[in-house]
Design a protein around this ligand. Sequence first.
Ligand SMILES: NC(=O)CC[C@H](N)C(=O)O
Length: 310
Amino acid sequence: MDLVTIIAEIAAHMGTRDHRGRVANYIPELAKVDPARFGIAVVTVDGRMITAGDADEPFSIQSISKVFALTLALGKVGDQLWDRVGREPSGNAFNSITQLEHEQGIPRNPFINAGAIVVADVNLGGHQPRVAIGEMLRFVRYLAGDDAIAINEAVAASETATGHRNMALAHYMRAFGNVRHPVDLVLGSYFHQCAIEMSCRQLALAGRYLMLDGRHPDGGRVVSPRRARRINALMLTCGHYDASGDFAFRVGIPGKSGVGGGILAIVPGVAAVAVWSPGLNDNGNSYLGTLALEELARRTGWSVFSPPDP
Ligand SMILES: NC(=O)CC[C@H](N)C(=O)O
C-alpha cells in the first residue's frame, strides 16, 4: 500500500478515537487547545511531503525545541557539553528534581527539563535572552526553510508566570555551579524556545537534517554524520522521558515529544515525521501521536530495529 493511503488512513483512524488523552494544563495557555485536533506530516528522503488532518496548524513545540537547542549547544561547545549533561535515560518524569541532589547537579540527559535548562545556559553564553532566542528562531527557520515560524508570546508569558518547577531546577543547578548565568535570563530564553510554534509540516521539514546524516537538503552541513547519529540515539533513549522505553518498544523510531502534543520522529535515511494531537498520556507524551506513529511504523516497517528494505 502506498504512503499517501497509509497516512490518510492513520488520520482517519485517529479521528474516530474517543479516548484522546488530556491536554496539559500546568501551562494555562496550553489548556485552551482543542483536544480534537490531529495532524501528521511525513517528508521522505526524496523530498516528497505527505500530510493529513491539521498538518498546517501551528502548535507549541515545547520540548521538541530541546532537539534544536541541543544541536546549537553542541555547535558551540562540542563534546564539552557532556561534562555538564549526561546521556542516560532518567526513568523519571520530565520535570523531576530528585536525581540532581545525588548527581551533583548534572542532569541525566539534555531532553529532561533540567538538562534542557543547562543547554539553554550554554546557548545563552554571556548574551541577553533575546540574542539566544533570535538565534534559535533563525536556526529553526533555516532548517524548515520557512521564515514564518514564530514564538507565541502568550505561551511564553504563561509559562514564565507559572514555571516554578523549572525555576527550582534552575536555582538548584545554579547552586551546584552547573547553571552559570542568572536564572531569570536562562529561563527567559528556555521558555521562549519552548513557545515556538510550528505546524507538523514545518516540524517535519526542520527534522530533515537528522534523517540526512546531518545535511541540510540544500546541501549545507548542519552537523557531522556522527553528531546526527548521536542526537538520534538520544532521541530514542531519552526523547519520551520515563516512557522512552515504551516508545522504543511500540514505535522503534527516534522521537522527541513536547507537552504541546507534538512528536518529531526520525527514520534515518528514510523520512522525518511530525505528528500532533494535544491530548497527553500520563507521561506527558501525545496519546494519539504515539498511537499514530505506532501504526505508521507497523505498516511501513520503519522501526529502526527492522531489517532495511531489500
Ligand atoms: N515536556 C515538555 O514539553 C516540557 C516543556 C515545558 N516548557 C516545561 O518546561 O515544563
